[in-house]
Design a protein around this ligand. Structure first.
Ligand code: ADP
Ligand code: MG
Length: 320
């Protein structure tokens, strides 16, 4: 088994994503990494922890875990319209299994290249398996997309098909089986989320508020509504539901996953109506699901405009 320093050197410092460059003046190997933020820009920072048995099944495929851990964290940069710079990795490991580490590092590296994120440091300790990823990005001063800017009259939009990762959970946990093509599609949405970094950057100066959907659409829209002091109305029939999930689990479950399932890692944002057509014409995945009204909270409406009662609103770790 490798010691702590050989482990860091071999699996992390040697990874392609650990090369310095861009804003990373000094990467792994000293007491701190050094970042050079261009003048006129602000540093965006976010941390996510994934705990074995809570956020992912244990055991699981370490390659997929590496991908997912970084994607989940990078998605917060997208939600803020930040340009990726780098990330740190705090790793608690029960053992230094070389095969596990090699696959984990390979998955991490693949997602890091996809997201243009450099590994700039971390911490390695022995303990129950858990991962903490802190991501750093940059955004022109004042142009970050915060949750508090939604305006009455804006459209409420999402960046793609909702609910697939949540719908994949019974497959992830091997509680059920599905046709190979459906299973492959849904499992990929769970294990390899694609943070909408490019969409986030394009929405700078256009969207009035944004976040990435991690806890479920209703719960996350509730954050925008509260922070902006507005109501968000979602039209049920405009929700982009997953065809594979409908086939696999039925319409009701597909809707439940879209509304209350977590793990989508797509953007939800509010947009002045005039911004919509140019974005869609340019091919950006912008789906209108509702609008911003005076009032508070999130309401789900049926085709006739009547409010639909929803019992389950999303994931909250400290809910009884
Ligand atoms: P210190 O004791 O000064 O905190 P460490 O011995 O923990 O430093 O780490 C040595 C170097 O390796 C540091 O640059 C740290 O950021 C980096 N590092 C430690 N663990 C990891 C990891 N899992 N991934 C990437 N870099 C790491
Ligand atoms: Mg340390």
């Amino acid at each position: 088994m490798l010691g702590e320093f050989e482990l860091i050197r071999h699996y992390f410092a040697a990874a392609a994503c650990a090369r310095a460059g861009g804003e990373v003046v000094l990467g792994i190997g000293d007491d701190c990494a050094l970042l050079q933020i261009p003048s006129g820009e602000q540093l965006a920072v976010s941390t996510d922890t994934l705990v074995a048995g809570v956020h992912f099944p244990d055991p699981c495929d370490p390659f997929l875990l590496g991908q997912r851990a970084l994607a989940v964290a990078a998605s917060d940069l997208a939600g803020m319209a930040a340009t990726p710079i780098g990330f740190t990795l705090a790793l608690s490991l029960p053992s230094g299994d070389p095969l596990w580490l090699a696959e984990f590092a390979r998955g991490l590296d693949a997602m890091a290249l996809d997201c243009s994120l450099r590994l700039i440091g971390g911490d390695t300790t022995r303990g129950p398996l858990s991962l903490t990823v802190t991501v750093f990005g940059r955004v022109p001063s004042g142009q970050a997309l915060v949750r508090s800017g939604a305006q009455v009259g804006d459209l409420l939009c999402v960046g793609g098909v909702l609910g697939e990762a949540a719908g994949a959970l019974p497959l992830v946990l091997r509680q059920v089986e599905a046709d190979a093509d459906v299973a492959e599609h849904l499992l990929a949405r769970y294990w390899s989320p694609q943070p909408q970094l490019a969409l986030g950057e394009v929405l700078r100066g256009k969207a009035t508020a944004a976040l990435d959907i991690s806890d479920g659409l209703l719960a996350d829209c509730g954050h925008i509504a509260k922070a902006s002091g507005v109501a968000l109305q979602i039209e049920r029939d405009r929700l982009p539901l997953s065809e594979p999930l409908r086939r696999f689990a039925g319409d009701a479950e597909a809707l439940r996953c879209a509304l209350a399932g977590g793990d989508d890692y797509l953007l939800a944002f509010t947009l002045p109506p005039a911004e919509l057509a140019p974005l869609q014409a340019a091919g950006w995945p912008v789906q209108v699901i509702g609008r911003v009204m005076a009032g508070q909270g999130v309401q789900l409406l049926d085709a006739a405009g009547n409010e639909v009662a929803v019992s389950e609103r999303g994931y909250n770790h400290f809910n009884p």
